[in-house]
Design a protein around this ligand. Structure first.
Ligand code: ADP
Ligand code: MG
Length: 407
């Protein structure tokens, strides 16, 4: 409740997590050269934590008393922000903790969130160090906006929170295979794309989604299967109750908070709120009738994104206009796309013109929730660029669950 847009207070105290290995491994010197002078001019105080290992930031976000900090800032790529978001959501007081304003200072090789924020604020697409300077300036201005997060549940019961993307197939392969060119910065994605194109393969599985368009609206005619005459209002209502109970169970279970019964608001004096994934049916059941199941079961890529950029020069979802549009943008390319078309799409992605190609192989649907069920267990699936186990998963958007300092 209350005003969702706000300003960081003055005086202001930041907690900055810096990954010394992010991107080119130059984060600390970039901090001293570009960030430090601007923060001192703006009279913004900070504590700096240089992370020592993977998950260090996640542990601190989960356990540290954060009361004296007005914002948590990540200086790295998207991976470190993913740690902080999920660390906050691990806390017993997650519902308060996740409202702590977050800030991003790009110093990784994948700076999608920073590039997206830069785009939403109306600045032209730039690379580091210009992107870093812009983002430092946003921090000095201190405008805080609500940010949607996607709640993701996996078949093995993990509960993950995502601000950026879920990728399966070509994009996640490139992201992870190109880690070895990390020293080259964001060029690694271009090289990785070319390498993967020569060894193009397909990925087998099922994809389903809940379209964002309400049934019966005119714009929905382009989405096949959207209007399902079998899905009556009452069915959907009763389904919703069942799904809600199940997802609460999943959530509590994955956090070792006990059984379904113990999740009814009784733990620790009943003060731990639960997050309800009200749109999701249990993963071992089929999706609700009013969802759309994609008819193809062989893909080149499947991508669910919430931000405009997948990298500083990857303007992958030009239709995204802000942090709080309450949408997930589902993209998929079924098997059968010629290599040359795929290459053209990726080259055009630098300036976002790939959507104007009207490529018949590229499907885009704005959704509220989705499910991805890979048939095998050996593919690479990433959430916000971080690898997770290859297993069925589903996610739904939560409007404005987080908050981000932006331009
Ligand atoms: P990049 O965009 O360069 O990949 P990220 O922020 O995504 O930058 O960080 C890459 C990975 O490094 C993340 O998975 C993060 O968990 C990990 N990491 C964070 N701190 C350290 C550290 N001190 N040493 C090694 N790895 C780290
Ligand atoms: Mg990364």
């Amino acid at each position: 409740g209350g005003a969702e847009y706000s300003l960081l207070p003055r005086p202001c105290q930041l907690l900055i997590f810096l990954n010394p290995h992010g991107g080119h491994g130059a984060a600390l010197s970039l901090f001293k050269e570009h960030v430090l002078p601007m923060l001192s001019k703006a009279e913004i105080g900070f504590s700096l934590i240089v992370t020592e290992r993977p998950n260090h930031a996640r542990e601190l976000a989960r356990e540290k008393n954060l009361d004296r900090f007005d914002a948590l800032v990540v200086m790295s790529g998207d991976g470190l922000m993913y740690e902080v978001v999920n660390g906050l959501m691990d806390r017993p007081d997650w519902s308060v903790a996740i409202k702590k304003p977050l800030g991003i200072l790009p110093a990784g090789s994948g700076n999608a969130l920073a590039a997206s924020v830069n785009h939403y604020s109306g600045h032209k697409q730039v690379m580091n160090p210009d992107l870093l300077i812009n983002c430092t300036f946003y921090l000095c201005k201190g405008l805080v906006s609500p940010m949607d997060l996607v709640s993701i549940i996996t078949a093995s019961g993990k509960h993950i929170f995502s601000f950026l993307s879920v990728a399966w197939g070509f994009v996640s392969d490139v992201d992870i295979e190109s880690e070895k060119y990390r020293m080259l910065g964001s060029i690694r994605f271009t090289i990785g794309t070319l390498v993967r194109l020569t060894a193009l393969r397909t990925y087998k599985g099922r994809v389903s989604y809940l379209p964002a368009e309400e049934e019966g609206t005119s714009a929905s005619t382009t989405i096949p299967g959207l209007l399902d005459p079998n899905s009556s209002h009452s069915e959907r209502l009763s389904f919703g109750t069942q799904a809600r109970q199940n997802s609460i169970y999943n959530f509590c279970n994955s956090n070792n908070m006990g059984t379904m019964e113990g999740c009814g608001g009784h733990q620790r004096g009943g003060d731990i709120p639960t997050l309800e994934d009200s749109l999701l049916a249990p993963l071992d059941q089929s999706v609700p009738k009013h969802w759309t199941v994609v008819k193809e079961e062989k893909f080149v890529l499947v991508l669910a994104v919430q931000q405009s950029h997948l990298g500083a020069d990857l303007f992958s979802a030009p239709m995204v206009t802000g942090l709080n549009d309450r949408l997930i943008h589902l993209f998929y390319i079924p098997a059968g796309i010629p290599r040359s078309s795929l290459l053209k799409l990726f080259l055009a992605m630098e300036d976002g013109t790939h959507m104007t190609h009207n490529c018949p192989h590229l499907v885009h649907v704005p959704v509220k929730a989705f499910r991805i069920e890979p048939f095998g267990s050996k593919d690479i699936i990433t959430v916000d660029g971080e690898v997770i186990e290859c297993e069925p998963l589903q996610g739904q958007v939560h409007s404005g669950l987080g908050r981000l300092v932006n331009g």
